[in-house]
Ligand binder design. Structure first.
Ligand code: PMV
Length: 354
């Protein structure tokens, strides 16, 4: 499979190199996203092995305030507060992120940072908080860069935030833009890149406006296998090449479907993607299963309900047991009745794209 090497020079900061002495605070809000075409497998540094496409959510967001003041030391200095409480266990991940992006954000060692962050959804509920969290932090950093005089216009700022967010958590780069976004270079989508996400550039049928994603929380708590470990297992995976090709093909097939609103084909592609992702986990060395019995039960119930009623309702899965139930806005009443009956014991987060 051909992968591409893109030049990163445009993301080097235009700021003159000096020790900055300013202080202040900036803030940003960034939603989570749900991938329809899944990113699973990467090479250094955070370059995806296949293109992915996602819906950015609306209600599930991270809100971050980044306070900065002059740093007397010559090293990174940061403190993370989550929902008002100091959270030292979140800090190593941010240190690694800062190290990775240092070449592109030259002021990181000039300041002592306090990161105050909170989510509109329960932590570790299976909603991708790393996507919204890294997205919000990257947006804050580009805001500071502008305060210091970089003069990035709105488009350049989002592009750089997406580029930086990717270095924190791959899928985060897609969260910076609302609606439908694509990350990963592919001949099927013009302007696509391995380095950052772009807003989906083609026509989208109105049926996908406010498309619903109700997340049924089958299992709450920390993931048993991190996505970093999962991506790594794709390196020696016997079916990896086929999987990367299949994601590419699914993306290609999805483009006319997003245009013509053919929901049946939409469902076939999206569910195939979700199950392919889990098939990769089940056939890696070591193998593992993230779905739980209730994940399977709900999938079967969705299939039966769809067959019996012709209501267009589909599922997708992230790297976890929770089920993302996808349906058009105009089916909300029927689907919420169905979910009340079939998933009633599990908490749900009702979100939508936009
Ligand atoms: O961004 P990461 O490294 O957490 O990986 C995300 C992987 C999936 O959520 C399973 C798929 C995706 O494209 O979001």
């Amino acid at each position: 499979m051909i992968r591409y090497f893109e030049n990163m020079d445009e993301f080097k900061s235009k700021l003159n190199h000096k020790k900055f002495e300013e202080q202040g605070s900036v803030s940003a809000v960034c939603p989570s996203n749900i991938a329809l075409i899944k990113y699973w497998g990467k090479r250094e540094i955070q370059i995806p092995m296949n293109p992915s496409l996602s819906f950015t959510l609306n209600k599930s967001r991270t809100e971050t305030e980044l306070k900065f003041k002059p740093n007397p030391t010559n090293d990174f200095s940061l403190k993370v507060f989550f929902e008002g409480n100091h959270q030292p266990d979140f800090e190593p991940k941010i240190y690694s992120f800062f190290k990775r992006i240092e070449d592109f954000v030259p002021f990181l060692k000039d300041f002592e940072f306090e990161i105050h962050t909170s989510n509109t959804f329960p932590h570790s509920s299976g909603i991708a908080s790393s996507a919204s969290g890294m997205g919000a932090l990257a947006l804050c950093l580009t805001e500071i860069e502008n305060l210091l005089g970089a003069d990035l216009n709105a488009d350049q700022k989002l592009k750089k935030a997406s580029f930086l967010a990717r270095l924190g958590s791959g899928s985060a780069c897609r969260s910076v833009y609302p609606g439908v976004t694509v990350w990963g270079k592919t001949d099927s989508v013009s302007g696509s890149s391995d380095l950052y996400a772009i807003p989906y550039p083609y026509k989208i049928h109105p049926i996908f406006k406010n498309f619903r994603d109700t997340v049924v929380l089958i299992e709450e708590g920390q993931k048993s296998v991190s996505s970093t470990a999962g991506h790594d297992l794709m390196n020696d995976h016997p079916y990896a090449e086929k999987r990367f090709e299949s994601a590419e093909e699914n993306l290609k097939k999805l483009i006319p479907v997003l245009k013509n609103g053919d929901l049946e084909t939409f469902g076939t592609i999206v569910e195939h993607e979700a199950l392919s992702l889990h098939a990769m986990m089940m056939t890696s060395h070591p193998y593992y299963i993230l779905m739980k019995p209730d994940t399977m039960k709900l999938i079967e119930n969705i299939w039966t309900f769809r067959k019996q009623t012709s209501v267009p309702v589909f599922f997708t899965l992230d790297a976890g047991a929770n089920v993302h139930v996808l349906f058009p806005e105009n089916q909300s009443e029927k689907v919420s009745q169905f979910l009340k009956e079939k998933a009633g014991n599990h908490k749900m987060i009702e979100d939508f794209t936009g």
